[in-house]
Write a protein that binds this ligand. Structure first.
Ligand code: RIB
Ligand code: CA
Length: 325
């Protein structure tokens, strides 16, 4: 099977880290690069985190291009209360050996989409600022993008930051509206879907038992990531939202959803950042998004994730600071 070329736009975040590691561990994806955005943490931190994550996986060759330090028109909204002071708390990370690649994230997205020999899929795991800017700067890329898979939004589940809005969309609703209106094939992985795919209870112990550095890091991140959500929602385990979005690209057979019109509220007093899903097609607007609303086998989803993660690691004989594999 030919590999799917992807760019991952991300604001690491523990669940972003799992998504990136899953993408690197899955042979059916070709990760062309990461682009970072201000979201869970500030841009400097999300960029450094992205470098640490690719190096943990033994893939320091993957370029990380820094993008927008703030949403299009609103203020940044970091959430250290959820992800910790570093954004990827739960593991004692080795310092990144390399920094961001030369070139802005938006230029990397545009150049790669226009010049890669095969159509590129964009995986958006944070506020969609970089992707919106790329579409505004070079609208012609819309017809060359194979598709956009984004983690974000909520409709039947409401929101996870306000009663109406999920974090990624709330932080930059204007960007999400631009992306949804660009005419690109879009798959949305909202909390309507991710809340149906919680991780196995105590999954961190399963991960740790593998013993590799990657799996011990994942175990620590999972344990930290679940604390806030389990306390807030009264649940025994939490969904890895961003990793589920990568899973939706890899294994669509594990998910349910409907093609329908979706737009974003950008001016509501109570509903700003709400993804307005015309599930019954009452607006007469065109279908612009495959809206996922369920996972048919969460246990199988996390089993497949575990297999992909277990194969990752720095060169076995190479301690920190030595050559990549
Ligand atoms: O609502 C969950 C999303 O917000 C995830 O992408 C998480 O990393 C945070 O960015
Ligand atoms: Ca994220």
């Amino acid at each position: 099977m030919p590999k799917i070329p992807v760019i991952i736009d991300t604001d690491p975040g523990q669940d972003d880290a799992f998504a990136i590691l899953l993408a690197l561990g899955e042979p059916s994806l070709e990760v062309l690069g990461l682009t970072t955005v201000a979201g869970n943490m500030g841009l400097t931190q999300t960029t450094d985190n992205a470098r640490r994550i690719v190096e943990l996986a033994g893939r320091g060759d993957i370029p990380v291009h820094a993008g927008s330090p703030r949403p299009l028109v609103r203020k940044p909204h970091p959430v250290p209360e959820i992800h910790g002071a570093t954004g990827i708390d739960g593991w004692d990370w080795a310092p990144a050996r390399s920094g961001a690649a030369v070139g802005h994230a938006v230029d990397f997205i545009i150049d790669t989409v226009l010049h890669h020999p095969d159509p590129v899929t964009l995986i958006a795991l944070g506020p969609q600022t970089n992707i919106a800017l790329a579409l505004r700067r070079a609208p012609e890329i819309a017809k060359s993008i194979a598709g956009i898979v984004f983690m974000g939004g909520g409709y039947f589940e409401g929101g996870n930051m306000t009663p109406a809005a999920e974090y990624n969309i709330l932080v930059d609703p204007e960007a999400a509206r631009i992306v949804l209106g660009a005419g690109v094939p879009i798959t949305a992985v909202p909390i309507d879907c991710t809340h149906r795919a919680p991780a196995p209870v105590n999954w961190s112990a399963t991960l740790a038992a593998h013993g590799t550095e990657v799996m011990r890091a994942c175990a620590g991140m999972m344990e930290f990531f679940e604390r806030y959500g389990n306390a807030k929602h009264g649940t025994p385990s939490r969904p890895l939202h961003d990793a589920i979005a990568v899973g939706a690209l890899l294994w669509p057979e594990l998910f349910t959803g409907e093609l329908c019109p979706v737009d974003v509220e950008c001016a509501g007093e109570l509903t700003t950042g709400m993804t307005v899903v015309d599930w019954l097609r009452q607006t007469g607007k065109p279908d612009n998004c495959l809206w996922l609303n369920g996972c048919v086998d969460p246990a199988e989803l996390y089993r497949r994730m575990e297999v992909a993660l277990a194969g990752l690691g720095r060169c076995a004989a190479a301690p920190h600071g030595s050559a990549e594999m």
